[in-house]
Write a protein that binds this ligand. Structure first.
Ligand code: SF4
Length: 239
């Protein structure tokens, strides 16, 4: 009987979930702002760089990702040089980032799929001229690119309205009941975007991520030391 009971409880919790009201999201934002401040980073304006960086970040830490990215940029003078290089050369350059066979093939396939400038350079500089849903659809049509990668490109590189939901943001958001239990990846992104006050995409993403890294750990969240304790329905479970 136990598995059935568990399934029933999970289904009940999914059915009971309601999207949190805007005032609750603002209250969470305010508490996180008190702890972590308001991030000041501006969009850096290099969407292909962000796209490649996000591919390199898969299954590795930030340091190895950055080492692989710098090695790639040092070895090839332009993105069309990367696109036209034998995949083995790309693989060799990005080896410090791990699973370089898969990542090199993906980077090359993505660059080959991008439109070119008159000078033959792959380009994404046109993205700000289309709507956010069109930009998301286009990016997600590229080989191996999903909603999180698309959101990183749109937000970090171009300052467009999208919010990446990575492992930390999804864990903290789920514990705070911001997301419907069992929601898939696309739904998590749609919900996060709907919940985020316009203009605060970067702040909410970065502060939830920081909170996941510094307090709301995956295994043993530090609920007693958490600034969100009073407004978190999961605090009673983990304390
Ligand atoms: S109270 Fe606990 S579970 Fe809730 S956000 Fe804080 S650390 Fe995470």
């Amino acid at each position: 009987m136990q598995p059935v009971n568990r399934m029933t409880a999970a289904a009940a919790s999914r059915a009971a979930w309601r999207r949190p009201p805007a005032r609750r999201v603002r209250a969470i934002r305010d508490r996180l702002r008190l702890v972590y401040g308001v991030p000041a980073a501006r969009p850096h304006g290099h969407p292909i760089a962000e796209l490649v960086l996000t591919v390199l970040s898969q299954s590795t830490n930030d340091r190895n990702r950055d080492v692989a990215y710098l090695a790639l940029r040092e070895r090839f003078e332009s993105w069309d040089a990367v696109r036209d290089a034998p995949v083995g050369e790309i693989e060799e350059a990005i080896r410090p980032g791990g699973i370089s066979k898969i990542k090199s093939a993906r980077i090359k396939a993505i660059l080959q799929a991008l439109p070119e400038t008159a000078a033959g350079e792959p380009t994404l500089d046109w993205l700000p001229e289309v709507s956010v849903p069109d930009a998301q659809r286009y990016l997600c049509s590229l080989p191996g690119v999903g909603r999180k990668t698309a959101a990183c490109v749109l937000l970090f590189a171009l300052g467009m309205r999208d919010v990446p939901v990575d492992t930390h943001v999804s864990r903290v958001g789920a514990r705070l009941a911001l997301f419907r239990p069992g929601a898939g990846f696309d739904e998590l992104h749609d919900t996060m975007l709907a919940l985020t006050p316009p203009g605060e995409e970067l702040e909410l993403h970065l502060n939830l991520l920081r909170h996941g890294r510094r307090t709301c750990y995956a295994r043993r969240p530090n609920c007693r030391g958490c600034a969100l304790q009073r407004m978190c329905p999961s605090a009673a479970i983990y304390r």
